[in-house]
Design a protein around this ligand. Sequence first.
Ligand SMILES: Nc1ncnc2c1ncn2[C@@H]1O[C@H](COP(=O)(O)OP(=O)(O)OP(=O)(O)O)[C@@H](O)[C@H]1O
Ligand SMILES: [Mg+2]
Length: 206
Amino acid sequence: MKRGLFITFEGADGSGKTTQLNNVKMFLEEKGYSVIVTREPGALDIGQKIRDILLHHKGVVADRCEMFLFLADRAQHVETYIKPALEQGKIVLCDRHTDSTIAYQGYGRGQDISLLKELNKIAVKGLKPDLTLLYDVSTETAQQRVGSEKDRMESAGIDFHRKVRNGYIELQKEEPNRIKLINANNSIETVFEDTKDIIIKLLQEK
Ligand SMILES: Nc1ncnc2c1ncn2[C@@H]1O[C@H](COP(=O)(O)OP(=O)(O)OP(=O)(O)O)[C@@H](O)[C@H]1O
Ligand SMILES: [Mg+2]
């Protein structure tokens, strides 16, 4: 039985997920919670190999291959790392998870969204985040923050990134209870205040 809390961080490349995740980790640890930080793709050994292909492979990666690689990584990650940590009562902060697949491979690459949702369900075997923080930022600002050192996903072009952003917003409208939208155009401090408000509310509810 799950006892901990599972919180995922979503949004465009450069939206500030990792920055805020680290802030949240410090905030929760100061309050005495036991926190683990992880990410997709590629938190663990098999995953690191998958991550290397996904982010750095120079040749063609077929869309379906990309999709199954992300899902394979997720299945391994959930089973061997996230679920055991939750069973031990930990708060798991995960940098990207199922919504990234829908936003990037579905809305971004144009793959069948209902199929992706089904495949996600198979990969996670019933696990759902207690909370998803969605950092929404203008595509131009996000691109500036990422800078010129882009990986394979980040290099996919501005139209692709606009579609991803809109996809995330659609997902938030579908699941407003789980997914909380945060305006990530603001300063790091303001974004963290908004993040903290949401986290405090979640802790009070649990
Ligand atoms: N609210 C903000 N205002 C200005 N700069 C920011 C803000 N949030 C993050 N940054 C800066 O933008 C860059 C990208 O932030 P970060 O790495 O947290 O984004 P990310 O969403 O994790 O990106 P990726 O998906 O590429 O991992 C960093 O240099 C960070 O310091
Ligand atoms: Mg990051």
